[in-house]
Design a protein around this ligand. Structure first.
Ligand code: EPU
Length: 428
């Protein structure tokens, strides 16, 4: 088991290239199940979630060929194999196997998904959607059983705006008989990306990116070539790093419109950001001013950038209040930041950050993916060395983060943990 070490204080400089969007990739790969011939996806990020999902596609009989960032999936030999345990527990997005397998085979058995612990993460809206399409859904010994004689289009109103439920219902509905309307759908760019892939496969989908998505079911979907969108959360994380510890940084392969809420907040803090077609040029201000943030569904401030942003706020003058309306308990990074001397308290469901505080290197634990990113940012700004355990979480979502930061001048490296450290980590 490895730990990540970050020596703080060096300024970051130069250009960093953002990879393909993790939260698109994890839906695009299962979506390939619905085709009857090879689906090629270009620009996939080199992260462990992509690896896990590729292995799951092989587990159900598919052929997956990877060549750099391009993956070819031949779904023609897939079978409706139950996936109750094992790899499905490694990540949350394995729930997309429910919609995709139901859509192709009219049945699926999938274990309850794993993923980051951010408080309760129910999937009732996914199930409500599958049931509306005609599936019988039962929970038997920790696995979800889905069976349908035939899927039929339906009008589905989501009680909660959910990225996962919107995508999962799209996957199940594209081959259902007749018309499906998803109301109060999520509008995240990843949803548009999945709809684009499905449309290239021959699906009839209108309205992805708005809160009403209309789908006319088709009998067959074919293979196609798709290029994934850039990862707005990875881009946002490096933009925050640039504001925190950069001198002059260019973030390359970005769709700036996907990050408007973050960029507005950074500008409010005094950071200069210029936008080109596919790049952000970031120059931090002489001093940073505190701001409040409240996470909301897209296009509001993304919950996935709340934790990295909190690290930045520790360096701003004044008090900043961070409220997460999507995951009210997404504050596990706060205790770790406090170990590094940050002045933060959690009160009434909000984190109140008083700054600026001089951060100090410490031994900390990444409890989830974005908490890990928050600790890397804090480590870059801190005096001395920060040791981060739990780096599996970081590797699930940030491709080559160590190399990317080294190229920017950061001092960051991995070391093997001692036996005692592994024991301590496992018991903590
Ligand atoms: N919710 C329900 N019922 C449902 C589904 C969701 O109550 O059936 C609630 C959730 O508990 C949450 C809110 O609705 O409070 C939004 O959840 P959503 O379904 O949108 O989240 P998700 O699809 O499970 C995706 C991303 C997350 C990201 C959220 C919100 C993937 C694989 N994950 O999760 O990404 O935080 O949308 O934008 O796409 C991350 O990348 O670090 C990450 C956690």
């Amino acid at each position: 088991m490895k730990k990540l070490l970050v020596e703080g204080g060096t300024r970051l400089r130069g250009q960093v290239r953002v990879g393909g969007a993790k939260n698109s990739a994890v839906a695009l790969l299962p979506a390939a199940i619905l085709a009857n011939s090879t689906v090629t996806i270009e620009g996939l990020p080199d992260i462990s979630d992509v690896q896990t999902l590729s292995e799951l596609l092989e587990e159900i009989g598919g052929t997956v060929r990877k060549d750099g960032q391009t993956v070819e999936i031949d779904p023609s030999t897939m079978i409706s194999m139950p996936l109750p345990n094992g790899r499905v527990k490694k990540l949350r997005a394995s729930y997309y196997f429910m919609g995709a397998m139901l859509g192709r085979f009219n049945k699926a058995v999938i274990g309850l998904p794993g993923g980051c612990h951010l408080g309760p993460r129910p999937i009732d809206q996914h199930i409500k959607g599958f049931q509306a399409l005609g599936a019988e859904v039962t929970n038997e010994q920790g696995a979800i059983y889905l069976r349908a004689k035939e899927l039929r289009g339906a009008r589905i109103y989501l009680d909660v705006v959910s990225v996962g439920a919107t995508i999962n219902i799209m996957l199940a509905a594209v081959k259902a008989k007749g018309r499906t309307v998803i109301e109060n759908a999520a509008k995240e760019p990843e949803i548009i990306d999945v709809a684009t892939l499905l449309a290239s496969m021959g699906a009839k989908i209108k309205g992805a990116g708005t809160d009403v998505i209309r789908i006319e079911g088709v009998d067959e979907l074919n293979g196609c070539l798709h290029t994934i969108i850039p990862d707005r959360i990875e881009a946002g994380t490096y933009t925050i790093m640039a504001a925190a510890q950069g001198e002059e940084m260019i973030i390359d392969n970005v769709i700036p419109q996907h990050l408007e809420s973050l960029l507005a907040k950074l500008r409010e803090m005094g950071v200069t950001i210029e936008e080109n077609d596919e790049q952000l040029y970031v120059r931090p201000g002489k001093s940073l001013k505190s701001v409040d943030i409240k996470t909301l569904v897209y296009p509001g401030f993304p919950t996935d950038l709340q934790q990295p942003f909190t690290s930045l706020l520790t360096q701003a003058t004044g008090t900043g209040v961070v409220t997460d309306t999507i995951y009210q308990a997404r504050f596990k990074h706060i205790d770790e930041l406090r170990r590094m001397n940050a002045a933060i308290k959690v009160e009434g469901g909000a984190a109140i950050v008083a700054g600026p505080s001089k951060l100090q290197g410490a031994k900390v634990k990444a409890t989830d993916l974005r908490a890990g990113a928050a600790l890397v940012i804090a480590g870059l700004m801190a005096d001395g060395i920060t040791e981060i355990t739990g780096i599996d979480h970081i590797e699930r979502g940030y491709e080559n983060i160590t190399n990317k930061l080294i190229e920017l001048g950061g001092k960051i490296w991995c070391e093997e943990m001692s036996k005692e450290e592994v024991e301590q980590f496992q018991n903590s």
